[in-house]
Design a protein around this ligand. Structure first.
Ligand SMILES: O=CC(=O)O
Length: 356
């Protein structure tokens, strides 16, 4: 062991081969806070307590403070936000200058506070790109082909329903070939979705804060938000959640959409005003939706669970980016950032630029 500094981690990587983590641990000291009860943390307050106790124990025994804190995947609904109220014991003694957590989005991380503390925050920017784009395409197909209703009817022994009873039948699916897909946010996930949807014959338009250079736009055409709303057959939300994108799709935006539009959200729930979405489903403005993310995870708007809408709603527990490979890649990205920080370099995946 050449490095005598200490890192604190919430849990351990779940997918990284043991020898890879062991090789990291032969070079760096890591204390892990376990997640499994009875001794492990299981909610936000027990994690905050465990962090503060770990910091106090090192101080009481005259040891140097932790220099870094990391958390791996599958934690956000249980522990977030990862902000000052939880993490300040780590920075109060001037020790911790590095944070990293699994995931591309960091709307639930106190990055501004970290920057003010002179600490880096590193996300795992590319680990979930492909599975999330594949998941968005899956939800586009689920919505257009009425998968929820097909599944429920088949399970209930109703087959395709009774065509003689008004409304009691599985609708014809809509083929996505030839439909216009409006992508809100042409970042890495939006681009990966654009390529996949074009392979299925969709025409792609997109809206972004700024148009991306044509050579990087993957054949997608930039349009204004109003044009996207008015001309898309399917709308996919792929932008980050920021103060500017909160409730980006609300009552006024639903009004501007085509009647019978399909909506898919694999980004963050709060980009869509869920109440407005429920009203748009009820009025028939929105035909069907595929949602992986929600405004108050893990709580789902009761309107989305209403049996009268269930056939037209496909729901997932924020899992489009959650695959064995994406989590493995993400764990490697966290350790890469840690390694760069420990070597005194600016980590490639730092999302901020603190004065260090
Ligand atoms: O939602 C998943 C992520 O941001 O990585």
């Amino acid at each position: 062991m050449t490095d005598d500094r200490f890192i604190l981690a919430l849990s351990e990587p779940a997918f990284l081969p043991a020898f890879e983590y062991e090789s990291f641990r032969t070079r760096y000291n890591i204390d892990s806070i376990p997640r499994i009860p009875p001794h492990g943390v299981s909610d936000r307050s027990s994690l905050a307590r465990a962090i503060s106790e770990a910091v106090a124990t090192r101080a009481a025994t005259g040891k140097s403070p932790y220099v870094a804190f990391v958390w791996f995947f599958d934690v956000s609904a249980m522990f977030s936000p990862f902000d000052e109220t939880m993490l300040s014991p780590l920075t109060e003694n001037g020790g911790c200058r590095f944070f990293s957590g699994g995931g591309a989005g960091y709307d639930d991380v106190g990055v501004e506070w970290m920057t003010n503390q002179g600490a880096y925050y590193c996300n795992t920017p590319t680990a979930i790109t492909v599975p999330t784009a594949n998941g968005a395409l899956m939800l586009i197909l689920a919505a257009t082909r009425a998968i929820s209703q097909c599944d429920m009817y088949t399970r209930a022994g109703k087959w395709r329903g009774d065509a003689s009873v008004p409304g009691d039948f599985v609708p014809y699916g809509q083929d996505i070939e030839g439909l216009t897909l409006g992508i809100i946010g042409l970042g890495s996930i939006g681009k990966a979705l654009s390529v996949r949807a074009q392979a299925c014959g969709m025409k792609i338009i997109y809206y972004n804060r700024r148009p991306v250079p044509e050579s990087e736009a993957t054949g997608a055409t930039y349009v204004s938000m109003d044009e996207l709303l008015a001309t898309s057959d399917v709308i996919s939300v792929n932008c980050p959640l920021t103060p500017a994108t909160r409730h980006l799709l609300g009552p006024a935006e639903f009004d501007k959409m085509k009647t019978g539009v399909f909506i898919v959200n694999t980004a963050r729930g709060a980009i869509i005003d869920e109440e407005a979405l429920v009203q748009a489903l009820k009025s028939g403005k929105v035909a069907r939706v595929g949602l992986d993310v929600f405004e108050r995870e893990p709580i789902i708007h009761p309107g989305l669970l209403d049996p009268s809408l269930a056939y037209r709603v496909t729901l997932q527990p924020h899992t489009t980016g959650r695959t064995d490979r994406s989590f493995l890649n993400g764990e490697r990205q966290i350790l890469k950032s840690l390694e760069e920080f420990m070597r005194g370099e600016k980590p490639e995946y730092a999302v901020n630029d603190p004065k260090v």
